[in-house]
Design a protein around this ligand. Sequence first.
Ligand SMILES: O=P(O)(O)OC[C@@H](O)[C@@H](O)c1c[nH]c2ccccc12
Length: 265
Amino acid sequence: MSSFLEEILRVKEQEVTALPDRPTFERNITLKPSLRKRLLESDHLQIVAEFKRASPSKGIIVDTLLPVERAKRYEDAGAAAVSVLTDQTFFRGSLQDLREIAESVQIPVLRKDFIISEKQLREAHAAGADIVLLIVAALSSERLAELRHFAAELGLETLIEIHNERELETALAVEPDILGINNRNLHTFEVSLQTTEQLMTQIPSSIPVLSESGMATPDDAQRVAIAGVSGLLIGETLMRQGDDQLPGVLRGFQVKRFPLVKGSY
Ligand SMILES: O=P(O)(O)OC[C@@H](O)[C@@H](O)c1c[nH]c2ccccc12
């Protein structure tokens, strides 16, 4: 039986074949501040807040929010970056969402998709992304290295996503700007914060790490903060908050980092 990830990648291959070699539009915004730098320097967990209407594991999460409005609220509430799901088939996102958001906020924007081709990186750059996700489980180590280097040539930071020790080794070999530990297994959709706790023991402290998926309460943040991460990538929990609750909820996740970075006492 094929996994969810394999199914998504099959569809993605077809979509990418249909893409033009070069995007038909041009980047019209300047580069935003570096998320990597913010993660390295901060003494509290930094939040990457995701715009996510739906997912294959949850179905529709919310389909009434407007991307620009919500992204501005994330920014006002203190998010360090906005992650925008651009996959249409499985997540009901679009590159247009990303373009509009990138034009409206000052914080960096992450293109969240299943990137397998240079075409998608050129497109991400043209649409205004500052950071791109590369998923180790979706790529051979050769393709990962090629895409990582092409992203750097375009001036894009890379968030390299892993889920186990074997993937961690592959990721470290390409010197990620930021490592993402996905607590969700993309083959089965099971979520466990233990994934972050276990992998953090193997990661050099010089690399900024985001713990991704399944963050529901400040206790979850505290747990992965103790494991040593620099930030969190949160989708569903933030998407489900009303405008009034959002700032308080987001603040609740910004717990102190461990070990406390120098000068934060
Ligand atoms: O909604 P959550 O459980 O907070 O998860 C957000 C984010 O981590 C998740 O959307 C994600 C992590 N890695 C991915 C790769 C592809 C698509 C989606 C993802």
